[in-house]
Design a protein around this ligand. Structure first.
Ligand code: CU
Length: 483
């Protein structure tokens, strides 16, 4: 990794220096720098410790009538759901029974840096046959993911849902289901390394035509189940049902809808938003949404996750207890709700009344990085501001700063950009955008801006959550210790 030269640093926050200096006087982590900035939440400790053993190992499982060889946790894909309360201590013993090094990343949670699971950045990777214990106080409720952060291991099945319940639940619902979406390569597709070789050999033109190279996957799964053998979720008429939608897939944005029902979005990336009712929503790689719906339409319906720009679908069934006799919809049905009102980031507003001040107050952010996203022209490599990780500058920040990233997409593919260790607030016209950790930057000059408080010291990865874009360079390290 290169240290940045002064000339490379896009450091426009001179006006914020006085406020920044103020912040350095005695602000602890998560305080928002004494300026009442919306920093990371930190739940009160419960004193409870939840222990899990996760063995990462090769495994076989059945999907679509095939026996598939892959890698996963505890013999299954997805790995076991981890569920605990905010303020609990999570202690996970990871035993590496893979033929390669591995790590686990706690996607979305602002954990202490040494627990973040990024090889070569926050820890030495765990060798085959070794163990590593991750332990931290879970700082905030929400819907998260745990997954390997080594190479393309994510695309084999080394992921699971991580559900953190609040100390006190404010959402009113009767029943809850977690839907973990995946694009499934194994079987006809070979290994992720084979897939990357094909992408590279194509010079960036495979699958997506002029849009850039994408992977067509032979299968799309919900909770490890193919469309022909879907998971079935039972509800009763009159219930309010919560769905936690999680996309740890490597390369696929899913468009989700529930046949016969509208969905009220209550959380984005685990953080509460003002409820907004839609017919469908897009879930990028690494994103999570919580939705609730009224079970007021007895029958058997399809919960559909359609891979954007690709053939096929992932699905589960929603079956009313009262309607057990109805036959399920066909496996290739695309419910009309998929073409109805689609959630956009402009619809989302933080529910906790937290926001950064107007730029006209306090002089705006202390530091602004304007970064372009590019790649896919003639070769399969993806860059942030023209640089390919690991040969890339640090993005330096100082503790207590208010930091803004402005991202512009010069490529023809969508990029779900993910920041470790922090929540950022999307800047949208509501003036109080949602707090997220992953956000899609749309192709063809799509633009996105977000603010965060540098209140969790360490070295934090910032990268595209398309596993193949990450692997070919689309990452940076946000480093505390900037000047
Ligand atoms: Cu990308």
């Amino acid at each position: 990794m290169r240290r940045p030269g002064l000339s490379r640093r896009e450091f426009l926050g001179i006006a914020g220096m006085a406020a920044g200096a103020l912040a350095l006087g005695g602000c602890g982590p998560f305080s928002g720098g004494g300026r009442d900035l919306p920093g990371s939440p930190q739940a009160r400790r419960t004193g409870e410790t939840r222990e899990h053993l996760l063995r990462a190992a090769p495994l076989e499982f059945e999907a679509g009538g095939q026996r598939l060889l892959t890698w996963g946790y505890e013999g299954d894909v997805p790995g076991p759901e981890i569920r605990l309360k905010e303020g609990d201590t999570l202690r996970v013993r990871l035993r590496n029974e893979l033929p390669e090094e591995t790590t686990i990343h706690w996607h979305g949670l602002p954990v202490p840096n040494a627990m973040d699971g990024v090889p070569g950045v926050t820890q030495r990777p765990i060798s085959p046959g070794e163990e590593f214990v991750y332990e931290f106080v879970v700082p905030v409720a929400g819907t998260y993911i745990y997954h390997s952060h080594v190479g393309l291991q994510l695309d084999r099945g080394l992921y699971g849902a991580l559900i953190v319940e609040p100390a006190k639940e404010n959402l009113d619902y009767d029943r809850e289901y977690v839907l973990v979406l995946d694009d499934w390569l194994d079987g006809a597709g070979g290994t992720p390394e084979d897939a990357l070789r094909r992408l590279r050999d194509s010079g960036g033109m495979m699958g997506g035509g002029m849009g850039g190279a994408t992977l067509e996957y032979p299968l799309y799964l919900v909770n490890g189940r193919p469309p022909e053998d879907p998971a079935t979720f039972e509800v009763r008429r009159g219930e309010r049902v919560r769905l936690r939608l999680v996309n740890p897939s490597a390369e696929t944005v899913f468009r989700f809808a529930a046949g016969g029902h509208r969905l009220t979005v209550t959380h984005a990336d685990g953080q509460p938003v003002e409820p907004v009712t839609v017919d469908a929503l897009r879930i990028g790689m690494g994103e999570r949404y919580d939705v609730v719906f009224e079970a007021d339409n007895p029958g058997v319906h399809q919960l559909t996750a359609a891979p954007e720009g690709k053939e096929g679908l992932a699905r589960a069934l929603l079956r009313y207890r009262e309607s057990a006799a109805s036959s399920p919809p066909p496996a290739d049905l695309l419910p009309k709700e998929l073409r109805g009102k689609l959630l956009t980031y402009a619809d989302l507003k933080d529910a906790r009344e937290r926001s950064f001040p107007e730029d006209t107050l306090l002089g705006g952010p202390d530091r602004v990085y304007r970064l372009t996203l590019s790649g896919g022209h003639g070769s399969y490599a993806w860059a942030i501001d023209g640089q390919l990780y690991p040969d890339a500058d640090l993005l330096e920040v100082r503790e207590g700063e208010w930091v803004r990233f402005e991202l512009q997409n010069h490529s023809m593919m969508v990029h779900p950009m993910h920041l470790h260790g922090h929540f950022f607030q999307l800047r949208n016209d509501t003036g109080r955008g949602p707090f997220k950790d992953t956000a899609l930057v749309e192709p063809h000059m799509g633009h996105l801006a977000f603010d965060f408080v540098a209140d969790n010291p360490g070295e934090w990865f910032f990268h595209c959550h398309n596993a193949y874009h990450l692997e070919t360079g689309m990452a940076r390290v946000v480093s505390y210790g900037g000047s």
